[in-house]
Ligand binder design. Structure first.
Ligand code: TMP
Length: 210
């Protein structure tokens, strides 16, 4: 079986985790062994880096430091989890991947998308998702949902303006990579979103078997 890598992207609160669980169940019916992971995180070291990045006490963190920490957490996740899983024919579903850095650090922080991809080229070792699901949600709605669920972390505590840039950034990025990034309206019902994702994946699986 050929491995498949799917990343889920979108603003905070866009409903990625719910869709990932549904997607996992669907891919299991297709005979895949599934690895679910998240960024930053997914390995012991990457989770430790996550604690540093999201700690709201580190409000002085520089944008370059932030971008490099995300990339280093990613490098460990790629070598320890994603690459071996794909090599052995598994399906990897990741809650965020390199596009999050392109949007949050490259666009919303203003470091530049090209600069951010350059740093990450080293970290991802040629591994890119076969499909990226972009759950598109207005920033205000997403951050409102998060606020109801839990205490906000360092990134979620950013200004509404920052989150607006994130939501717009995703739309821009998706427009530039229409073959890989598939945008879905995240205000639709959970069931409708899942159905749209399944239809898209069926299409990709059919193409992979050719
Ligand atoms: P999460 O809340 O979806 O787990 O993601 C953690 C936060 O980190 C979220 O606000 C998005 C942000 N983030 C970046 O800014 N750059 C990245 O490369 C990644 C993976 C996440």
């Amino acid at each position: 079986m050929q491995g498949i890598f799917i990343s889920m992207e979108g603003p905070d609160g866009s409903g990625k985790s719910t869709q990932m669980e549904l997607l996992k169940t669907y891919l299991e019916t297709k005979g895949y062994e599934i690895i679910i992971t998240r960024e930053p995180g997914g390995t012991k070291i990457s989770e430790a880096i996550r604690e540093i990045i999201l700690n709201k006490e580190y409000s002085e963190m520089g944008y370059m430091t932030e971008a490099l920490l995300y990339a280093s957490a990613r490098a460990q996740l790629v070598s320890e989890v994603i690459k071996p899983a794909l090599d052995s024919g598994k399906a990897v579903i990741s809650d965020r991947f390199v596009d999050s850095s392109a949007v949050y650090q490259g666009m919303a922080r203003g470091l530049g998308v090209d600069n951010v991809y350059k740093i990450n080229e080293f970290a991802i070792q040629g591994v890119m998702p076969d499909l990226t699901i972009h759950l598109d949600l207005p920033a205000k709605l997403g951050i409102g949902r998060k606020n109801e669920q839990k205490e906000l972390d360092r990134m979620e505590l950013e200004t509404l303006d920052f989150h607006v840039k994130v939501a717009e950034g995703y739309r821009e990025l998706a427009g530039k990579s229409p073959d890989r990034i598939y945008t879905i309206d995240a205000t639709l019902s959970i069931e409708d979103i899942h159905k749209i994702i399944v239809d898209k994946i069926e299409e990709i699986l059919n193409n992979m078997q050719i």
